[in-house]
Design a protein around this ligand. Structure first.
Ligand SMILES: [Zn+2]
Length: 321
């Protein structure tokens, strides 16, 4: 049985190695654009492809930089029971209470979102089109990550409960099977967020609360399926790939009662809300005349380094999937 799990893990790991998967992150940034007011849409809509493609840069950077990994998760269960009151929400107070090394060890996602929000706000103030797009794309990534239950749990890939591969199962396989055909990702308008840090923390705590359900539900389902029904050779990106079977994936989604869709919708809404908030806090600069500059030689070198690291390097630091 153990060998079966290890085999299943190895087979699935390489296909699902990124939070929300590349598919999910790109979809979240893409759909977030449509929640923006016309004064932002005028600049964001023409660059919707850029915002989608670069939604996954932070995951690629995990193969280049050691310090990138902890920005994508926080093991909230490390801090005792919910609502984790031993952990100060404010960075400086948290560092004073727990030390920066310790915080980094268990993940810094909520605080890193604040850093990115600040960077995006300053980019809007400077009316810098390239930085606005890059920071918006990357902020979208981190905000989406915090909505994934297993990004708020130390049992991030079911490694403590014999459920290796569940990370990618929840955040990649389920959306890839259902998002385009079954889910409603049209949401309306983005609200301004008066208290970004409070909102980010509440989403992180929701994720941590859902992590047990994500894990427990799959345990229950596994008992109802024989091992040859759990995995199947099915098409993925035009290739026949051994992966969690459609039947198993659909059954899991049903047992979760739409949780993955709800978290994806909440991600889209939060991403758009924080983009809007950065723009409003920057004084609502006019974006109508902005246009993206061609990449400089230095930009091209940086992008090449990112791609090469992603393709050739092992991940640096902890795998969270
Ligand atoms: Zn990530």
């Amino acid at each position: 049985m153990l060998r079966f799990y290890i085999l299943a893990y190895l087979l699935c790991l390489s296909y699902y190695a990124h939070a929300w998967g590349f598919f999910g992150h790109q979809k979240i940034n893409y759909h977030a654009v449509f929640l923006l007011p016309p004064d932002m849409l005028v600049f964001f809509k023409p660059h919707i492809d850029f915002l989608s493609v670069h939604a996954v840069d932070p995951d690629k950077r995990r193969y280049l930089l050691e310090q990138e990994g902890p920005r994508h998760y926080i093991d909230l269960d490390h801090y005792g029971p919910a609502p984790y009151l031993s952990l100060p929400r404010d960075w400086k107070t948290a560092v004073a209470a727990c030390s920066e090394d310790s915080l980094t060890r268990y993940g810094i996602a909520p605080w890193w979102i604040q850093v990115m929000l600040e960077r995006l706000t300053r980019a809007f103030m400077a009316k810098d089109p390239d930085k606005i797009l890059q920071y918006a794309a990357e902020l979208g990534h981190y905000v989406a990550d915090i909505h994934v239950p297993l990004h708020a749990s130390s049992n991030h890939n079911g490694q403590l409960t014999g459920q290796h591969g569940i990370h990618g199962f929840w955040e990649s396989r389920v959306p890839e099977l259902l998002a385009d055909t079954e889910w409603d990702l049209l949401i309306g308008q983005a609200p301004y967020c008066k208290d970004p840090l409070g909102m980010i923390w509440s989403r992180a705590i929701q994720s941590a609360a859902a992590a047990d359900t994500v894990l427990h539900t799959e345990k229950i389902l596994r008992k109802q399926f024989s091992s040859d029904q759990v995995f199947a050779y099915e098409e993925r990106k035009g290739q026949l790939t051994r992966q969690f079977s459609s039947a198993y994936t659909l059954a899991y989604d049903q047992l979760l009662n739409g949780m993955v869709e709800r978290r994806m919708r909440a991600s889209i809404e939060a991403v758009a809300s924080l983009w809007l908030t950065a723009w409003v806090n920057a004084g609502q600069p006019s974006l109508a005349s902005l246009s993206r500059q061609p990449y400089s030689a230095q930009d091209i070198v940086s992008l090449q380094q990112l791609e090469e690291a992603y393709k050739n390097n092992p991940i640096k630091g902890r795998e969270h999937d």
